[in-house]
Design a protein. Structure first.
Length: 235
């Protein structure tokens, strides 16, 4: 394909599987490749954004980093969907809980993704777009959590463009039933919708904005494996 490699992904067409499990942290991706994949092959290290393709229980799958924020995941997932023939992307990442029933280590499965981003303006829609997950992936993820006995909730997350937010307004999202705050899923869901493909976001709660519970960067990198178990069960 003439559009590959891209400015951000050094792989050739065919190097990347049709299903890609993505994480913001490239070191988390490296850990997934080592823990879950048989015979992983490095296909990308441009800008340090590691990507590997291997097999999981005999099925070909890739893992790759997407960086932080809507702009970053927007670039990588656009290129994967539109230039590399990827059909399914599952994001596994961390999120801050704003729900009383979601605590450290629990999973938030994003049925929908609210956002304070202007990402959807590029589509020039005559209204507000509601980014949602692929239902088949969502249903399978819930079934996997039930079988594995993992604590989870399904609902809306907030994909925020702002990490250090001077204005807050978290209480307004809480009143609308939003489960947790992260920074990428809305862009992923919009890119999936626009390209006619599938996406799902599964987040592990790394901190609780209301109670002050939190984890270390090392714990987030190495210990959040329940969401990965669920993601790989969907391959």
């Amino acid at each position: 394909m003439s559009n590959t490699p891209t400015p951000h992904i050094g792989a050739q067409y065919g190097d990347i599987a049709e299903t890609v499990i993505m994480a913001g942290d490239p070191l988390r991706v490296k850990m997934m490749a080592e823990k879950y994949l048989d015979n992983p092959v490095l296909f990308n290290q441009v800008r340090g954004m590691l990507g590997y393709t291997g097999t999981y229980k005999g099925k070909r799958v890739s893992v790759m980093g997407h960086g932080m924020g809507m702009a970053s995941i927007g670039i990588y997932t656009y290129e994967l969907y539109n230039f590399y023939g990827v059909k399914t992307i599952i994001r596994v990442g961390s999120a801050g809980s704003i729900h009383n029933d979601l605590h450290i280590g629990d999973l938030a499965i994003a049925m929908g993704a609210c956002t304070n981003s202007n990402y959807a303006s590029q589509y020039e829609l005559a209204g507000t777009y509601a980014p949602i997950a692929d239902f088949g992936l969502l249903r399978a993820a819930v079934e996997s959590c039930e079988q594995l006995g993992y604590n989870y909730k399904v609902g809306n997350v907030l994909s925020s463009d702002i990490f250090y937010n001077e204005n807050g307004h978290t209480d307004r999202w809480i009143k609308m039933g939003v489960l947790a705050v992260e920074m990428e899923i809305a862009a992923l869901y919009m890119n999936a919708a626009r390209s006619g493909n599938r996406a799902l976001g599964i987040c592990t709660i790394s901190d609780h904005i209301l109670t002050g519970e939190e984890t270390t960067a090392e714990e987030r990198q190495n210990n959040f494996t329940h969401m990965m178990d669920v993601a790989f069960s969907l391959v």
